[in-house]
Design a protein. Structure first.
Length: 379
C-alpha cells in the first residue's frame, strides 16, 4: 500500500515536519495579564500527544495593547516567554514541532471573551474586571457600528510595532520554537493595513496595494532578520475580504510573491474577518474545505508552499487536498479540539498503522485492547 501523502514528511529549511498535519492557532482566552498558565500547558500538551507534526500556540500579542481580550497570551516581555516555556518544552518532548503565532489585534483589541458576547467591552465587563484600553488601526474606522473607534496609528508607532514583532521572534527562538507565524488575517492590525476597506491612509502606508502592503512587508523583513535562517517563517492572511471592494485573491497572490522574496516559507491561507458585513465572517453556511481553493491559487500563482485551513474534517479530505496540489500542509483547528488524537485516528482509519507510534503510555494498552476486540469478533 502506498503511504498517504498526509503521513509523509515535509522539509522546510532545516526543519522536518514529520507529517503534513499541524494544529492551527486557537485562542483560549484563559491567560491573566498576558501570561500563559496551566490551562495552556494541558491544552497544548494534550495536542502534542495527538500525532500532529507541529503544534502552534494561539496568537501571542507583541504589545500589551495588542491583545484581543484580557485573556490573550503575550510575548512582549521575557517574563511572558518564560510563562510559555513549560508548554513549549512539553510539545517538543512529545515529538511535535513547536510554533508561536505573533500578532497585534489592532481595532479588534479590547474585546469581550467570546462566551461573554464576542463584541466590544461593556459596562458589565468592567464589573468583572475587564476594562477598555485604546485601540489602534491604520485609519480611524471601527469594525462595525457600536465598536470602539480606533486611533490612527502613527508612523513612529508603526516602527515600534515592527521592532516589537522582531523582539517577539527572538524570544520565540530563545524558547526553542521551531517555526513562527506572523498573523496578518481576520481583521487584526496587519490585515487592516492590506484591505482598502479599512485602510484610508494617504501616506506611504496607504493608497495602492504596494503602500497598503508596506507594514506587513516591513514586519516580515524585520522578523526574518531576527529569526534564524534555518527555521521556517509562516504568514497567515485572509486570502479575500469577502466583501465588495475589498482585498481579492489576486492581491494575495501578488503579496505572496513579495513575501516569498523576503524569505517567507509558507502562506497560511484563511479568509474574512475584517468587516462586519463579510460573508466569510457573518455566519453564512460554508462547505468543508471552503478555503482550500485560495491556498491552491496562491500556491500556483506565487510558487510558494501553502497551508490549507478551515473545515478540514477527516483524513481522506486532507489527503485529497494535498494530492490535488491545493496545499502542502493542513492545519486542524476545532476538529482538533473535538479529537486531540485526530492524526493518530486518521492514520488508523487509513491503514497507516495501528498504535505503533502512539506514546507508549497509551499505545501499549491500546494494542492489547485491539487484540481483545479482534478476539471477540472471531469468537
Amino acid at each position: 500500500m502506498t503511504r498517504p501523502l498526509l503521513f509523509t514528511p515535509l522539509q522546510l529549511r532545516d526543519v522536518t515536519f514529520a507529517n503534513r498535519i499541524t494544529v492551527s492557532p486557537m485562542c483560549q482566552y484563559s491567560a491573566v495579564d498576558g501570561f500563559a498558565n496551566n490551562w495552556h500547558l494541558v491544552h497544548l500538551g494534550g495536542l502534542a500527544k495527538g500525532g500532529f507534526a507541529a503544534v502552534m500556540t494561539e496568537a501571542a500579542a507583541v504589545q500589551d495593547h495588542g491583545r484581543i481580550t484580557h485573556g490573550d497570551i503575550g510575548l512582549w516581555s521575557d517574563a511572558h516567554a518564560d510563562a510559555l516555556r513549560p508548554a513549549i518544552d512539553f510539545i517538543k518532548a512529545n515529538g511535535a514541532l513547536a510554533g508561536i503565532q505573533l500578532a497585534h489585534a489592532g481595532r479588534k483589541a479590547s474585546m469581550q471573551r467570546p462566551w461573554r458576547g464576542n463584541g466590544p467591552i461593556t459596562e458589565a465587563d468592567n464589573a468583572l474586571g475587564d476594562h477598555v484600553w485604546p485601540v489602534k488601526a491604520p485609519s480611524a474606522l471601527p469594525v462595525a457600528e457600536g465598536w470602539l473607534v480606533p486611533e490612527e496609528i502613527t508612523q513612529s508607532e508603526i516602527a515600534a510595532l515592527i521592532d516589537d514583532f522582531a523582539a517577539a521572534a527572538r524570544r520565540a527562538d530563545a524558547l526553542g520554537c521551531d517555526f513562527i507565524e506572523i498573523h496578518s488575517g481576520h481583521g487584526y492590525l496587519l490585515q487592516t493595513f492590506l484591505s482598502p476597506l479599512s485602510n484610508k491612509r494617504t501616506d506611504g502606508y496607504g493608497g495602492d496595494r504596494k503602500g497598503r502592503s508596506r507594514a506587513l512587508l516591513e514586519t516580515a523583513e524585520a522578523v526574518r532578520a531576527a529569526w534564524p535562517q534555518g527555521k521556517p517563517l509562516f504568514v497567515r492572511i485572509s486570502s479575500v475580504d469577502g466583501a465588495e471592494g475589498g482585498w481579492e485573491i489576486a492581491d494575495s497572490i501578488d503579496l505572496a510573491k513579495d513575501l516569498k522574496a523576503l524569505g517567507v516559507d509558507v502562506m497560511d491561507c484563511s479568509s474574512g474577518g475584517n468587516m462586519g458585513a463579510s460573508k466569510v465572517s457573518a455566519g453564512v453556511p460554508l462547505p468543508p474545505g471552503f478555503q482550500l481553493p485560495y491556498a491552491q491559487a496562491i500556491r500556483e500563482g506565487a510558487g510558494i508552499a501553502t497551508q490549507g485551513v478551515g473545515l478540514i474534517v477527516d483524513g481522506p479530505q486532507a489527503e485529497a487536498a494535498l494530492q490535488s496540489g491545493q496545499c502542502d500542509l493542513v492545519a486542524i483547528g476545532r476538529q482538533a479540539l473535538f479529537d486531540p488524537f485526530w492524526p493518530r485516528h486518521q492514520a488508523y482509519d487509513m491503514g497507516v498503522n495501528a498504535y505503533d507510534d502512539w506514546p507508549e503510555q497509551y499505545g501499549w494498552w491500546l494494542q492489547r485492547r485491539e487484540k481483545s476486540i479482534q478476539a471477540m469478533k472471531k469468537g
